[in-house]
Write a protein that binds this ligand. Sequence first.
Ligand code: C2E
Ligand code: MG
Ligand code: MG
Length: 743
Amino acid sequence: MTTRILALDDSQLLPAPLRNSLYRLLPIGFALIGIGLSVALGRLDVQRQESELVANASARLSGVRASLEAQLRSAFGETEGIAQLLSADGEISPAHFHDMARQAIASVPYIRHISLGPGDIIADVYPMAGNQSVLGVNYRHLPDQYPLLQRARDIHGPVLAGPVALYQGGRALIYRRPVFIKGRKAVELYWGNVSIVADVDSLLRAAGIDQDSSFELALRGADGKGAAGAMIWGDAKLFEGTAVTLNVDVPGGVWQLAATPRGGWPLLSLFASPLFLFSLSCTGLFSVFIAQLNRSNRLINLRNGELRQSQAQLERLAHFDAVTGLANRVLFGRRLQQALDEPVPALAVLVLDIDGFKQVNDCLGHAMGDLLLELVAWRFTQTLSAHDTLCRLGGDEFAFILHNVRVPGSLQVAVEALSRCLQAPFDLKGNAVLVTGSIGVALCPQHGADGDSLLRHADTAMYAAKESGRNAWREYHPDMTQRVQAQLALERALRRALAHNEFEMWYQPKIDLFSGRLEGAEALLRWRDPEHGLVSPAQFIPLAERSGLIIPLGERVLELVCAQIRRWRDDDLHFGPIAINVAAVQIERSDYVKSLSQALQRHGLPAPVLEVEITESLLMESQQHACEVLARLQQMGIATAVDDFGTGYSSLAYLKSLPIDHLKIDRAFIKDLPGDDSDVAITRAVIDLGHALGFRITAEGIETQEQYQFLRNAGCDQGQGFLIGRPMPAEQFEYWLAEQQAV
Ligand code: C2E
Ligand code: MG
Ligand code: MG
């Protein structure tokens, strides 16, 4: 009976918890991968920067090296002329030597002096001034210098010694150039050396060793010993650390240059890498973007989900009844249409109304009412065959589409099966409840060819079944429609009657049976229809109750009655309370106590001038609320009476618990008195038990002296009937009153 609406999309292929975790992990995963890549990229970038710095340092060192080598070449190359001259000639004149030396010193200012050492003993020096002390110095007696001379001699090439501290002050490099001369048979003979002493600091400065603002430089390798030699320039610590080093070829050996950036190598962290920062920011942005996208996707999914859910809910609400889960009227209409679209449709539409449902709702509450509907629906579904359809039209009304109704008798079997399935009591959480059903049947094609008319006719037939006394089923007949139409016409006429004040009150006297004294009257409504004359309330009250017109009508009754009592009182006519009949609907759907007190107030009347009658059956249908209202009326001083007693199913003991003063024995029990033994027994019992329980007993419909006598003798308190007086218009009632007083 229910329909599941499934809507699947890709996102629903994964279980929801897994999908949610994935949604959460996606941006985190992306961020982690992004950070990893950023770090790798950053590292590469830092390495590149470091290599760049090293390359810069190397380039700088290469520059210094080239410059140093150039300086050394130009400084010491000056002596080549002298050395070659000596090699070629084996001698040089002092003047010539001085001349050549002077030129050399003139072009290379940091050359301090140039000396000639034939046989490794200094024989001449230029300039002589300040250097005389070196003349005659035998290198062989200088152990710190001679080994280098020997080396120069061994390698047949110049060597660079120093820096050495000079006697004259300062530090100097000494360039030793061995000179060989050709001996006999072209044998090379060692002549001695030409030495150049140059100011080391000036030479280094000329090479630009101190001119770098970004790099700190150091030079070591004194005596051309490379890494093994002493420091020549700068801080020795440079060679211990991470400096970039480079060898400088010097005559007869190597020097070593080192460079570090000033202030040390920059500590290149990842954060110094623009690439790292860039890719990290990109990762961040993308992760946030993905998270947002994700969130909005999730939101969209969620929304979509909610929409789907509410769509499904709407779908359910639109087509299914929330209480029973059965199809509702809309879906029923569709299914009926489908069935009618068959080539030769043959079906029965049934409308079933549960009798006595209202009492269950009122006595046990709406939750129990709903439970009853659920249980009833379940029993119906068990009874129906698979292709029949069932729906809840609303309230306690169910509708059915029965197929296979062509076979004679099959409809009756199906309908009776439905009635029968209600017969067993329903267990409403410990309360055993018995209900019956009134069923109306409309057949296709006999009673209609379209869904609307079939349902309408089945409904009309159901009302006919109800009117016939409930727990029955009726097949539709066109007369029923005429009745309904007549009722509709009557309802229209009633509305008009209200608008045109066509209602009046008649009054029927009530007397004390023992004394015969007038004890008041019952106000009975009359409709003076301009077309049909006087209409009895029995004809229009039930319709007024069904249509709700009884509420404005009841207000009119209150007004007419109170206005009449006012007039009588003004005329000094006092004869006991006037009883008003009240329908259960008036008590249920309006604030009857308020209307009543307002009417009394409008006419300046005390409450006890009125009495209220409510029928036993109506009282049973609306117990709780009716009791509250009756109790409030009692408190105001208004007597309450149960009308038509004996027609309902209440027990006297039960009535005792209700706020009731009078019992009015229904005319049905009076009319055959005193001849009918059972009526005699019932009437006596009601009178005796009623008295025992504290009620005042009234007998209605007393038409004969015998009835009167019997009731009087039986102890009935009050009487009302044609014998005493018929219902009369107010004016006539006054005459009757005058006559009575005259007797
Ligand atoms: P009810 O309250 O039981 O009123 C008594 C009915 O019995 C009245 O019928 C009255 O005319 C009739 N009756 C009284 N004595 C005799 C008798 O000796 N023999 C016979 N055969 N009938 C007798 P009526 O006036 O036609 O009213 C019918 C019902 O309509 C009332 O029954 C009452 O239930 C309802 N009714 C009348 N007026 C009102 C009203 O203002 N409001 C409501 N809600 N119902 C009203
Ligand atoms: Mg009455
Ligand atoms: Mg009555």
